[in-house]
Ligand binder design. Structure first.
Ligand code: NDP
Ligand code: 2IT
Length: 449
């Protein structure tokens, strides 16, 4: 770990003491604090006003029971969460994750990251996150619907277009947002489109929201390449995961002239040297909710499925971790470096362990953090809110251009801020400092909140 500035040590100790056992939350806080040394030195008002301590404490945390009935009549009980972390810049905004690993510490790490990510977009959105330890795998549509209805029966009272606006994340896509929006509408008797984002196109959704996180990730990397006088042309790319973010990252890499040679799910990875066949991947993953092993089986002899192993062993020029937290560890980073990888950009939230990030940076691999790279998803959610508020809907081309412009803006702000604070070229420092200062200045203006 890098050293913390003296002024920040007691703040981090307070976070550790107050939030025992929440390892991912500690990791996310420390990562931001490591960048803030030059900021508190240059601007004493941030330390004097305790704004960093206030930022580390969520405004509100909601934990609730979610009982539901399986198709066979069994009663299941899950736990639901919504952490409303910071609303200085706008209503709480951030996704819902349904995965068995979800607990309060995971939701808090995601909510904390979301504050700075949303701030970086320049749009009027605060930070929050939620979810449940419900596992949608192997559940029927009817079971998922009953779970979502029960989840929303509690959560609805905390939501609203000016209060808190959830969207999807791992395990939550268009199907789940539909079931939750339906239940919200039914309970409130109001068609409040702006209460959830990631909606379907015929019921208040925005063009490009489905594609936005993956496309935005690749737009960001394209800016990194352009800044070095380079392009995606002929680049070999490895993308972990095969969910929403991964699929649309692969699509955009292929559109820009690169080749994605490997992708994965929690059961292993596939290597397809000719380039991932996206139509087949979408059919398996989006159409049938199937496994990546089926991709290899259907593609034939040239495609290997590796069940036990690391996708980071596959040689590439650019690596895009797009599955989950801490999936790229020290060993993975070492393999990427040995194989000549030049860029690592985080499509998932906090997929790189701190040690791995350090090793990559020391080896002069250009490393860009999630809160900048994957901000295109939430930014397009904010564009969906704009369209809902004005009862308008934009074309695909217009929305995609807005997304590309936002990603260019985030990229440039990261580099300018890194220069300003004496860490030229550091996307990590630039993202953390630029994200922090916007939200901290708003908090200072609003009084002791
Ligand atoms: P999906 O549920 O669509 O896909 C998740 C993918 O990651 C699946 O391939 C899944 O494999 C794999 N995965 C999930 N958990 C694990 C695990 N513990 N170990 C190995 N593989 C795992 O989610 P998204 O694509 O939406 O999200 C991916 C990442 O991107 C997350 O970190 C999320 O927070 C982040 N993100 C998402 C945004 C969005 O708009 N959706 C916006 C910004 C960030 P399997 O099916 O086998 O579980
Ligand atoms: O991590 C994220 O930024 C998301 N899951 C998207 C959040 C959103 O509100 O669109």
């Amino acid at each position: 770990m890098s050293a913390l500035d003296q002024q920040l040590i007691p703040i981090f100790e307070e976070v550790l003491g107050r939030n025992p056992g929440e390892a991912e939350f500690h990791q996310a806080v420390r990562e931001v604090l490591e960048s803030l040394g030059p900021v508190v030195t240059k601007h004493p008002q941030y330390a004097d006003s305790a704004v960093i301590r206030r930022l580390c404490e969520p405004e509100r945390q909601i934990i609730f029971r979610v009982p539901w009935v399986t198709d066979s009549g069994k009663i299941e009980v899950n736990r639901g969460f919504r952490v409303e972390f910071n609303s200085a810049l706008g209503p709480f905004k951030g996704g819902l994750r349904f995965h068995p690993s979800v607990n309060l510490g995971i939701v808090k790490f995601l909510g904390f990251e979301q504050i700075f990510k949303n701030s970086l977009t320049g749009l009027p959105i605060g930070g929050g996150k939620g979810g449940s330890d419900f596992d949608p795998k192997g559940r029927s549509d009817a079971e998922v619907m009953r779970f979502c209805q029960s989840f929303m029966t509690e959560l609805y009272r905390h939501l609203g277009e000016y209060t808190d606006v959830p969207a999807g994340d791992i395990g939550v896509g268009g199907r789940e947002i539909g079931f939750m929006f339906g239940q919200y509408k039914r309970i409130t008797n109001r068609y409040e489109s702006g209460t959830l984002t990631g909606k379907g196109l015929s019921w208040g959704g925005s063009q490009v929201r489905t594609e936005a996180t993956g496309y935005g990730t690749v737009f960001f990397v394209d800016e990194m390449l352009k800044a070095a006088g380079d392009s995606f042309d002929g680049k070999r790319v490895v993308v972990s995961g095969s969910g929403n973010v991964a699929i649309y990252a692969i699509e955009k890499v292929h559109q820009l002239g690169g080749t994605v040679v490997a992708c994965s799910d929690s059961g292993g990875y596939v290597v397809d040297p000719a380039g991932i066949d996206l139509a087949l991947l979408k059919e398996i993953k989006n159409g049938q909710r199937g496994r990546i092993s089926e991709y290899a089986a259907r593609r034939g002899n040239d495609v290997a499925h590796v069940a036990d192993g690391s996708i980071w062993d596959v040689p590439c020029d650019i690596a895009l971790p797009c599955a989950t937290q801490n999936e790229l560890d020290l060993e993975g980073a070492g393999a990427l470096i040995s194989n000549g990888c030049r860029i690592v950009a985080e499509g998932a939230n906090m997929p790189t362990t701190p040690n791995a990030a350090r090793l990559l940076t020391e080896a002069a691999v250009r490393f860009a953090p999630a809160k900048a790279v994957n901000a295109g998803g939430v930014a397009t959610s904010a564009l969906e809110m704009q369209q809902n508020a004005s009862r308008d809907s934009w074309t695909f081309a217009h929305t995609e251009e807005r997304l590309a412009e936002i990603m260019r803006g985030i990229h440039d702000r990261c580099l300018e801020t890194a220069d300003e604070y004496g860490t030229p070229g550091s996307y990590v420092a630039g993202a953390n400092i630029a994200g922090f200062t916007r939200v901290a200045d708003a908090m200072l203006a609003l009084g002791v909140i």
